[in-house]
Design a protein around this ligand. Structure first.
Ligand code: SF4
Length: 325
């Protein structure tokens, strides 16, 4: 049923609990439709994990883990107590008692569905919390756990400026790890109705790529890491996508766009790259760039001899920060 996922070199065993623990339903969400997963039986999980020794973490995804009844939460966390756990949850479902439970059951990472720091966006997306709640939850968890903030762009009432402001606000709160998703309209969600009534317009793929590239550059310029870009939608679920900027290689689209942007803005003539970055240099229209290309051993991309990371910082300082200060 579940496949071990390699994320940041960690072997993570994901367990999906679609919409379990969620008190309300966010406008864009229907986890069963999006993931194709069903709630697993406890004894099946126990059996599957009993003798697994090739995994670094067990992750509980797809719902509000800390919104589950406490006895259910503890029972799930007690599976293979020797293996560290990762849980995903929402900012308004965390308090000091929950932090103590997570600490005592070997939870190492909290994936926090922040989505936005803009109260209007949060309200219209039916997230039912505010920026203040996000900041409070971060203060509770960041001392004890690695925090991965999940962000979405293109939610109702969202703008590019609000997205950049959200990133800046979280970096100021010392958040280091991010996942960024474009909003997709799935069947059997409230967003589907809003879209069909003409009350919601999804981002184009082009706009989603531009905005998320800017967010990525801002995060990585300030020492943060973007661990995932875009949704993984299993092939079996793709026919449930109604509209929105879905692309199966969204992460590569972002990385290719960033290189293209830097080459253009800084009038770059030569690109030297380690072959592990080949897709960023050649794919998604980048083979058209009029530059000299050369493979190198060093693990980097050099644009006229300068690391692309340095040029990303320059781009952020020159063009992005003046818009969000
Ligand atoms: S909290 Fe997460 S899983 Fe629950 S409805 Fe909202 S987006 Fe879906």
């Amino acid at each position: 049923m579940n496949q071990v996922k390699n994320s940041n070199k960690l072997k993570i065993y994901p367990i999906f609990l679609p919409n379990l623990g969620c008190k309300t339903r966010c406008v864009y969400c229907n986890q069963s439709i999006m993931t194709g997963e069903n709630v697993p039986k406890f004894h099946v999980l126990e059996q599957l994990l009993k003798d697994k020794n090739d995994i670094d973490e067990i992750a509980f995804y797809g719902g509000t883990f800390t919104g589950l009844p406490k006895d259910v939460m503890k029972r799930l966390l007690s599976i293979r107590p020797d293996i560290p756990k990762r849980i995903s949850t929402r900012p308004d479902s965390i308090d000091e008692e929950i932090v103590q439970i997570l600490k005592s059951f070997n939870v190492k990472t909290v994936e926090l569905g922040v989505e936005s720091l803009d109260d209007e966006v949060l309200n219209h997306s039916k997230r039912n919390y505010t920026k203040k709640d996000v900041l409070n939850s971060l203060r509770l968890v960041r001392e004890y756990f690695e925090v991965v903030a999940h962000l979405m762009v293109g939610l109702p009432y969202d703008t590019r400026e609000k997205d950049l402001y959200t990133v800046k606000g979280l970096l100021e709160e010392n958040v280091k790890f991010f996942r960024i998703h474009p909003t997709i309209v799935f069947k059997e969600t409230e967003l589907e109705k809003l879209y069909k009534n003409g009350e919601y317009e999804p981002l184009s793929l082009e706009d989603a790529v531009t905005i998320i590239s800017e967010m990525t550059m801002m995060i990585e310029s300030f020492g943060g890491t973007v661990t995932r870009l875009g949704y993984h939608v299993p092939d079996s679920q793709k026919h449930y996508i109604i509209a929105g900027p879905y692309h199966s290689s969204f992460g590569d689209l972002i990385r290719s766009y960033i290189i293209k942007l830097l080459v253009k803005k800084y009038n770059i003539h030569q690109v030297q790259y380690n072959k592990r970055y080949s897709s960023w240099i050649f794919a998604h229209g980048n083979s058209e760039m009029k530059v000299e290309r050369k493979e190198i051993e060093v693990d980097d991309i050099l644009l006229d001899g300068v690391s692309y990371k340095v040029l990303m910082q320059k781009f952020v300082n020159d063009f992005l920060l003046p818009n969000v200060l």
